[in-house]
Ligand binder design. Structure first.
Ligand SMILES: Cc1cc2nc3c(=O)[nH]c(=O)nc-3n(C[C@H](O)[C@H](O)[C@H](O)COP(=O)(O)OP(=O)(O)OC[C@H]3O[C@@H](n4cnc5c(N)ncnc54)[C@H](O)[C@@H]3O)c2cc1C
Length: 417
């Protein structure tokens, strides 16, 4: 539907934004019998600047939502069996960690198609989805009571903010990113490659800027299985002179590096960059919750945000269905229990690798052997099975404690100018 909600009658739930987070919230709330309207300012089938990579954790969340990855169809996803980690001259081809919690495969699903599949599922579940319509919260005496959209007021018991990286909605709610916490920037495009059906994500961890300084981040080749690969680079704000980092040049030098092995054709579209928020000043208040990027839920260790959007969207709606009154506070508490300590460790880690010499020596260690590289993959991908934590679980526990101790020093000596 475009531009007009069928009525401005009161809803149980209004969702702002139809990315993975908003769609997941819409699916769960509508399947649970709530009346839901999702407002999306872009048209149906919009693209999102993204690497399109889904870890087993994200596939697990899609399975929970009963979204068919449809590997056989042209609209479906491309199955991925693991990660090829490259650091300098070392290459390690790793299977996904073996856990009882997540499926043994990931995927690449270009966002135009993934997001359409998700929002179609929300519509099928009975949610009303209104495209090309910006929605802004209505705040009365400190409480969000609904949204203004398409020139009308729409009231709801809960407004779920799924508007992506903080913008106007976040400013209105005081939910912008925390100024002294790190964030990421990344750029991507698509190109044709004979290796488009490769079954591994590829990540090159040894990027350097035009002055030869090590960049905390990575370059990726994510094969989409449809004739194309998603090629991109991302960097963390904790590096020195981050503001001067030219992402187009970084992508250009990464492209030159992978051209011989991937035989990629020209860019299929102009490379586009976008932000990766990794903190939020608030993620709930009276009458509202924020989910996904709007809540700063991006893994600082690998830039993954689709899974966190899906998981937080599912959680927010489940809690609403259980008890609308307590949903915002319960959500803040439970999303915190699930993610806060991991994301905090990730943010501390990003200050650590902002120092080029720590980054270089850390990388040598991280890819030293297949076993250590597999642990690195498990930790960085948050693919740890809490019931049988194994080596990766122990490493994360130790890293958490060590980084907590080092945190004040890391922040004081942060590399960023
Ligand atoms: C270059 C790049 C590469 C990335 N690669 C990966 C990857 O490979 N894997 C991964 O998991 N993550 C990746 N991420 C992160 C991932 O893209 C995000 O974490 C994810 O899109 C978050 O989903 P979301 O639903 O919270 O927000 P979004 O996907 O940003 O959706 C928000 C939606 O809200 C709409 N909206 C905003 N304001 C309003 C409003 N006022 N009214 C109505 N609609 C509104 C927007 O139009 C948008 O459609 C990458 C990010 C970048 C920048």
């Amino acid at each position: 539907m475009v531009g007009d909600s069928s009525s401005n009658a009161r809803r149980d739930v209004i969702v702002i934004g139809a990315g993975p987070a908003g769609a997941a919230a819409g699916i769960v709330a509508a399947r649970g019998g709530a009346s839901v309207t999702v407002f999306e300012k872009a048209p149906y089938g919009r693209d999102k600047v993204c690497g399109d990579g889904l870890t087993p954790r994200a596939v697990g969340a899609l399975n929970e939502l009963k979204i068919d990855l449809d590997f056989e169809s042209d609209d479906g996803a491309h199955r991925i069996d693991g990660l090829r980690m490259i650091a300098g001259k070392t290459t390690r081809e790793l299977a996904w960690p073996d856990t009882t919690r997540f499926p043994p495969y990931g995927a690449v699903w270009p966002r135009r198609r993934l997001d359409a599949a998700l929002i179609d599922a929300a519509t099928d579940a009975g949610a009303e989805v209104v495209f090309e319509t910006e929605a802004l919260p209505i705040i009365e005496r400190g409480r969000v009571v609904g949204v203004k959209a398409g020139g009308q007021e729409h009231r709801a018991d809960l407004v779920i903010v799924a508007a992506g990286a903080p913008g106007q909605v976040a400013r209105m709610l005081g939910a912008e990113r925390v100024a002294d916490e790190p964030f990421g920037l990344a750029i991507r495009t698509y190109a044709e490659s004979p290796r488009h059906a490769d079954r591994h994500l590829e990540a090159c961890l040894t990027l350097t800027d035009e002055n030869g300084v090590a960049v905390p981040g990575y370059g990726w080749m994510f094969p989409a299985g449809d004739g194309t690969v998603n090629i991109g680079v991302g960097a963390l704000s904790t590096m020195k002179n981050f503001k001067q980092l030219n992402l187009n040049k970084l992508l250009g030098s990464y492209r030159a590096l992978v051209e011989p092995t991937w035989q990629i054709g020209p860019d299929l579209e102009r490379p586009r960059a976008w932000r990766l928020p990794m903190s939020a000043q608030k993620r709930h208040g009276a009458g509202w919750v924020a989910i996904g990027d709007a809540a700063g839920l991006v893994n600082p260790m690998n830039g993954e945000g689709i899974d966190y959007g899906l998981e937080s969207g599912i959680l927010a709606s489940e809690l609403f269905l259980a008890d609308p009154m307590t949903a915002p506070t319960r959500y803040d508490q439970l999303v915190g229990e699930r993610f806060d300590s991991f994301l905090r460790t990730g943010r501390r880690f990003s200050f650590l690798i902002g120092h080029p010499w720590i980054l270089r020596s850390g990388l040598r260690l991280a890819v030293g052997t297949d076993t250590i590289a597999s642990i690195t993959l498990g930790v960085m991908g948050n693919l740890i099975d809490s019931e049988t934590p194994g080596a990766a679980g122990r490493v994360l526990g130790i890293a958490d404690k060590a980084l907590a101790l080092a945190d004040p020093l890391l922040r004081r000596t942060r590399a960023a100018s």
